[in-house]
Every structure is written in structure tokens, then in C-alpha cells.
Design a protein around this ligand. Structure first.
Ligand SMILES: Cc1ncc(COP(=O)(O)O)c(C=O)c1O
Length: 439
């Protein structure tokens, strides 16, 4: 729905710093703020300081950049990997052993081999993989199983409803997997679930935790196995819209603590480690995509054409997600490149636009019917907020579009922006092609 006035949302990196940066750096570009990432980490750790073995295994897929992972390592986080490349990134930064969760699905053998080699906690998506690992690389001492509660729970648009989701095992399969693993010499067990994403309602995450805690008790009562670690997944939401409320971490923590204490009064149930694997909550708010206005167009609607597109940020096209956009007038534009002139033509009267990229895809829209501002001109900057997770990493090369650079504003005293990934070039694009011109 169009908004007549732009509700505010704070820029994590101040406008003057973005403008100064944009003088001599190409757009589109991702900027991240280390100080904010660290403060979110600290808040999460402080909130769960009561929980045995508490750790957040950062979902590497959210922001797979080693410079970011290094910050998280320094904050005492682990990593949650889902592929060979993510395992290699974790290794590069120095994660090993129980600081790595390997949560994959339809997993190739070489990825299991790598995960086992790193000593990662291997989280199986299917009961048949117990046998598969046993017969190939051998089972580790500790195994984790991913639980899918099916019809008893609802999911959401990003993950889908559990019953139709490709992830995880039924409860009967979890029991079968434990029995089989015990027979094959596995000694320790962990449980995992991930059925919800970008959830701002802490009571839904609490319902997940309760479900998992109850499963621990049921497993103990039926098999005598004390599960060692419960991974309640990620999925904590962030307020993408100005009117969204913050995720209430402390209420979640308090409810989980109370429920956990209650469980431990049951005969024989031992304390277990409680962990999460949040990605978006940690880095989402700390990242922004800065893009420049290339053209203004009016047909049946008013369009702002920017130099970013859905290959730089796919979430709006894929999930119809909202990312708040802040319009910045750039007084330096035109000084930088005198061939490019400002234009006041084709402005929308009410300041409402579709913000579009240049892909040959009609859903290449970063915002639809959005109030961007009055006096929008070619050469201005648009800052797309809360893009620090599941943003740059979902990029792709359709239409030969190239991924943008990533910069980190360090929390050192200079607060400088350092390049942590360069832009892709056309040479990168052509480097995988095998073609000899026959002419
Ligand atoms: C298995 C698993 N864990 C954790 C996450 C992280 O989710 P979020 O970034 O929403 O916390 C994902 C996201 O896709 C996931 O698939």
C-alpha cells in the first residue's frame, strides 16, 4: 500500500558517511556495521546467560563473509553450515569441532566427509542417512536429528508449512534414527528444528522450544537416552517495516527458562545444552544496500530505475518482502561525472514509485507503490535497509548482472569502511565459459 509520508527508520551508518563513501566507490554496494553486529551478539548472549551451554550457531548462509564470521567468532558464536563452501568458510576463519553445526539436506558424501573431518556436529535431515554415513565414512560419536512436526505446527511463507516441507524427519523417524544409531555405536544425541523464519512473535519461537523440550523428555522416557543438546533453530524476526515491533528476546528467554526449570523436576531428566542458529537477527539490521538512481520513468505508473536489481537483493521478488528505503540527495553527483545530468522530469506528484532494477523480469522490483520522497532526482542515492542477512548472498548472474562489493564499517576508532569482498567483474563472469571462437 502506498504511504503518503515516509515513516522513519534510522540509518545504521550516517548519511554523511554514506555520501562521502559514494564519491569514490561504485554502487550498488553493501555496507555493514561491525558495532551493531557486536551489540546484537552481546544482547543475545546476555539474555540467555542462564541457559546451559548456550551458543548461537550463526547461519553462515545469511552472510557468508569471513570478515563477518570472524566478528561472530570473537563474540563466542559458533556457525551453522549447510554446504561445502560454508564449511570451508568456517574452517578458514578457524571454527572447528562442536563450534560447527552441519545442517544440510539431500547431502552429498563429500560434504559429510568434510563436516566429519572438521569435527562438526552432523545434523541429519533423514533417517536413511544414519545407514548412509555408517556405510561410507563411519558414524561420529554424536549425532543430531532434524525434527519436522508435520501437521501439528504451522510454518510460514519463507519455509512453508511443515507437512509440505522437504526438511526434517517425523517423530517416529527420530525414534527409529536413535535406535539405529545406538545399535551402531553412537553415544550422544542432539535434536534440531527449523520450521519458522523471520518471526517477530516470540511466542511462536517459544512454542518451538517447548515442542523440542517435550521431545527430549519423551525420548528419555521411551528410550532412556538423555539428549545432550537442543538446537531450537533460527528464525527470530527483525522489524523490516517502521511500524514493526522488535522481537522480544527477554520474554522468550524468561518463558524458556521457566519451562526448562519445570522439566528438570521430572525424574531422571538431565539438563541439556540450549542453542540457536539465528542469522537474520544478528546481521540483518547491520547491513544496507546502497544504490543510485539511473532513470526516472512514467508509463502507467511512476518508476525509479536504480543500478541495483533483484540479483543484488532477491527477497522482495522472492518473498514479496518489505525493505525500507531511505532517499538521500547526493550533492556530489554530476560533480563526479559531468556527463550524467540530474533530471527533474517524470517525478511522481505524490512521491510514490515502484523502485526497479534492469533485469528482464517484471518482478525485478525492490519496492512497489512506495513513498520514496518528493524531489527525487537522477543521481540520488537510495539506501535499502535491513539487507545484512539473506541479501548479497542470494545474488545471481541472470542477464549477466554482477554481484556488488561488500564493505564493513569497523568498530575501530577510525571507523573506516573496509572492502571485505570486491565487486564481481565481467572477467569473473566470462571466466567459467569454455569457448573457442571458430571464426
Ligand atoms: C537450517 C537453517 N538454520 C538457520 C537459518 C537462519 O534463519 P534466520 O536467518 O531467519 O535466523 C536458516 C535459514 O534459511 C536455515 O535454513
Amino acid at each position: 500500500m502506498a504511504k503518503s509520508a515516509q515513516q522513519s527508520k534510522k540509518l545504521v551508518i550516517p548519511e554523511n558517511e554514506i555520501l562521502a563513501f559514494a564519491i569514490d566507490h561504485e554502487t550498488p554496494v553493501y555496507l555493514y556495521d561491525e558495532a551493531l553486529i557486536r551489540s546484537i551478539c552481546k544482547k543475545l548472549k546476555a539474555s540467555f546467560n542462564w541457559a546451559p551451554g548456550f551458543k548461537n550457531y550463526f547461519a553462515v548462509k545469511a552472510t557468508p563473509n569471513p570478515s563477518i564470521l570472524e566478528i561472530l567468532k570473537d563474540e563466542g558464536f559458533g556457525v551453522d553450515c549447510s554446504s561445502m563452501a560454508e564449511l570451508m568458510l568456517a574452517e578458514l576463519v578457524g571454527f572447528s569441532g562442536n563450534d560447527i553445526f552441519f545442517t544440510s539436506n539431500n547431502t552429498p558424501l563429500d560434504e559429510y566427509t568434510k563436516a566429519k573431518g572438521l569435527g562438526a556436529i552432523i545434523n541429519l535431515d533423514d533417517v536413511s542417512h544414519v545407514e548412509f554415513i555408517h556405510e561410507t565414512i563411519g558414524l561420529p560419536d554424536l549425532l543430531c536429528f532434524r525434527y519436522n512436526p508435520g501437521r501439528s505446527r504451522t510454518g510460514n511463507v519463507i519455509i512453508g508449512d511443515p507437512e509440505n516441507s522437504k526438511f526434517g524427519m517425523t517423530k517416529n523417524q527420530i525414534f527409529a534414527a536413535i535406535e539405529k544409531s545406538l545399535n551402531l555405536g553412537v553415544k550422544k544425541f542432539a535434536l534440531h528444528t527449523m520450521i519458522i523464519s523471520n518471526c517477530l512473535n516470540e511466542s511462536e519461537i517459544f512454542a518451538n522450544a517447548k515442542m523440542m523440550f517435550d521431545l527430549v523428555v519423551e525420548i528419555f522416557e521411551k528410550t532412556g537416552v538423555n539428549v545432550e543438546t537442543v538446537n531450537c533453530g533460527g528464525g527470530f524476526g527483525i522489524p523490516y517495516r517502521p511500524e514493526d515491533r522488535d522481537f522480544d528476546l527477554d520474554t522468550l528467554s524468561r518463558n524458556m527458562q521457566e519451562y526448562f526449570k519445570g522439566l528438570l523436576t521430572r525424574d531422571g531428566v538431565k539438563p541439556f545444552n540450549i542453542v540457536f542458529e539465528c542469522g537474520r537477527y544478528i546481521t540483518g539490521p547491520a547491513g544496507m544496500l546502497v544504490t543510485r538512481i539511473l532513470h526516472l520513468k512514467k508509463s502507467y505508473k511512476n518508476f525509479i530505475g536504480v543500478d541495483a536489481n533483484m540479483a543484488n537483493l532477491m527477497r522482495p521478488a522472492l518473498y514479496n518482502s518489505y525493505h525500507h528505503i531511505v532517499h538521500i540527495k547526493d550533492p556530489n553527483y554530476g560533480i563526479i561525472n559531468s556527463k550524467l545530468k540530474r533530471s527533474l522530469s517524470e517525478q511522481s506528484q505524490d512521491g510514490v514509485y515502484d523502485v526497479v532494477g534492469s533485469l528482464c523480469e517484471n518482478n525485478d522490483k525492490l519496492a512497489i507503490d512506495r513513498f520514496i520522497g518528493h524531489n527525487v532526482e537522477i543521481g540520488d542515492l537510495l539506501v535499502i535497509l535491513d539487507a545484512g542477512a539473506h541479501g548479497h548472498c542470494m545474488g545471481f548472474n541472470y542477464n549477466g548482472k554482477l554481484r556488488s562489493a561488500e564493505y564493513l564499517k569497523t568498530s575501530s576508532s577510525s571507523g573506516s569502511l573496509i572492502e571485505i569482498r570486491r565487486r564481481e567483474t565481467l572477467n569473473d563472469y566470462f571466466s567459467t565459459i569454455n569457448y573457442k571462437c571458430s571464426k
